[in-house]
Design a protein around this ligand. Structure first.
Ligand SMILES: Nc1ncnc2c1ncn2[C@@H]1O[C@H](COP(=O)(O)OP(=O)(O)O)[C@@H](O)[C@H]1O
Ligand SMILES: Cc1ncsc1CCOP(=O)(O)O
Ligand SMILES: [Mg+2]
Length: 269
């Protein structure tokens, strides 16, 4: 995918300011809302059963994040997800900690069976859990494993007919046929809790402006990782990284993308 297309999509998000319906965990909720605003989207965090279907149906995209699951929030996800599917609103799912407990994994599998999900975004441990691979995930963190991340991502994408974005030092984005790597990023990212969750919200912002989920996910992954890279170069530790990340998302522009985006089409390699 050409850098020019990334830039067009970035401009489109800023121009259209899509409404994003986000159901997320209480750790990441504030940074997720601020990051959505920084890229030009308009977030609403809502999980009351009385209103979620209505909000999902009028949104540009719906993001479901299972970081703090409760029976109540699971029902919020089902109700909003069904309304989104009915209205043709794309859904992004972040399977936070899917490798940590059976409850999380089973909830994700049930959501995927019931809903048509455009993008699954997770770290390697979470995608390995969905692929049924052995992997030493560590709570909500990626942990360690020997599996081939690209192969696992392709498999998960094909089984659920979706796009999979695996984050890490290198991000892998695939629909099971075409696969991209994004090499931007910064080692401070894993020190900011909720940075993966915010990535998911930005995937939703881009999914709201194109019906091509693969290009949405690739653009969101690249712009987010690059913003983090530029933020990391300006700061000393996790506290100021968070502030600089918000600034760099807001300040992202054509020149930075043309100069620094480190992406590769690895299809068939
Ligand atoms: N070691 C790393 N080096 C550079 N960038 C990273 C590294 N780990 C994660 N990232 C970046 O951090 C962002 C959040 O991803 P990640 O930390 O994997 O999510 P999660 O918080 O869900 O585990 C992604 O954009 C990814 O590119
Ligand atoms: C620490 C924690 N515990 C439950 S959700 C959560 C946040 C996880 O965020 P991320 O996946 O973005 O690191
Ligand atoms: Mg995560």
């Amino acid at each position: 995918m050409e850098n020019q297309r990334l830039i067009e999509l970035m401009d489109e998000v800023r121009k259209r300011k899509p409404l994003l319906h986000v159901i997320t965990n209480r750790v990441a909720i504030n940074d997720s809302a601020n990051g959505a605003l920084a890229v030009g989207a308009s977030p609403i965090m809502a999980e009351a059963h009385e209103e979620v279907a209505e909000i999902a149906a009028i949104s540009g995209a719906l993001e479901l994040n299972i970081g703090n699951l409760t029976p109540y929030s699971i029902e919020s996800m089902r109700l909003s997800g069904r309304a989104a599917n009915k209205a043709g609103v794309p859904i992004v799912l972040d399977p936070v900690g899917a490798g940590a407990t059976d409850f999380r994994l089973q909830t994700v599998q049930k959501l995927l069976e019931e809903l048509d999900v455009a993008i699954i975004r997770g770290n390697a441990g979470e995608i390995a859990a969905l692929a049924g691979e052995k992997w030493a995930a560590k709570g909500v963190d990626a942990g360690d494993g020997n599996g081939d991340v690209t192969e696992m991502a392709n498999r998960v994408a094909l089984s659920w007919n979706t796009v999979v974005a695996v984050s890490g030092a290198v991000d892998t984005i695939t629909d099971g046929r075409r696969t991209y790597h994004v090499k931007n990023g910064h080692p401070l990212f894993p020190y900011m809790t909720g940075s993966g969750c915010l990535n998911g919200v930005i995937q939703a912002a881009y999914a709201a402006v194109t019906s091509n989920a693969l290009e949405a996910s690739f653009a969101a992954s690249t712009i987010y990782a690059l913003a983090g890279q530029l933020a990391g170069e300006k700061c000393a530790g996790p506290g100021s990284f968070r502030q600089h990340l918000m600034d760099e998302l807001y300040l992202m522009n054509e020149e930075k993308i043309q100069r620094y985006a480190a992406v590769e089409d690895v299809t068939g390699l």
